[in-house]
Design a protein around this ligand. Structure first.
Ligand code: TYD
Length: 137
């Protein structure tokens, strides 16, 4: 997805079952997210003012959810920058491959839940911004 743009990334409203006793949100492969989830991880205990991300992936697709609290995701395709604020546990931001992302503005107690299409592979990362711009040419 060398030529992907920030407009290929979208916020998906995932289902939410409400009851007097609280809510539950269920995410099922394909029905909810357009890829098979092979890995789940979550970011938490993020110190105030901290920034995460600052990399792109060559193949990995991800769905980011603010399972608790809120944070901003700055998407960048090398041409256009777009900031998406996540602050609902039933909203998921789909990030396609080839997008530089930075996560910042974490609220206290924020939990960023990530569903990923592949297992961890450091070779899939582009961690250098100049290299990313070169990759997108
Ligand atoms: P990284 O993806 O750079 O975190 P973030 O984008 O949230 O800032 O990963 C941070 C560290 O954790 C890095 O040393 C690699 C390791 N890591 C794994 O071992 N497995 C994983 O699935 C992930 C996402 C990270």
């Amino acid at each position: 997805m060398k030529y992907s743009t920030v407009y290929d990334c979208s916020v998906i409203e995932v289902d939410k079952h409400h009851s007097e006793a609280g809510n539950i949100t269920v995410i099922e492969n394909i029905e909810t997210v357009p890829f098979e989830t092979n890995r789940v991880y979550y970011l938490y205990d993020i110190p105030g003012g901290e920034e995460r991300g600052a990399h792109a992936h060559r193949e990995l697709k991800q769905l980011l959810i603010a399972a608790s609290g809120s944070f901003d995701v700055v998407l960048n395709d090398g041409n256009v920058r777009r900031t998406v604020s996540l602050n609902r546990p039933y909203h998921g931001l789909l990030i396609v491959p080839g997008i530089w992302r930075e996560l910042n503005n974490f609220s206290s107690g924020a939990v960023c839940l990530v569903l990923a299409s592949h297992k961890y592979d450091e070779k899939d990362y582009i961690r250098n911004y100049e290299e990313f711009l070169e990759y997108k040419k």
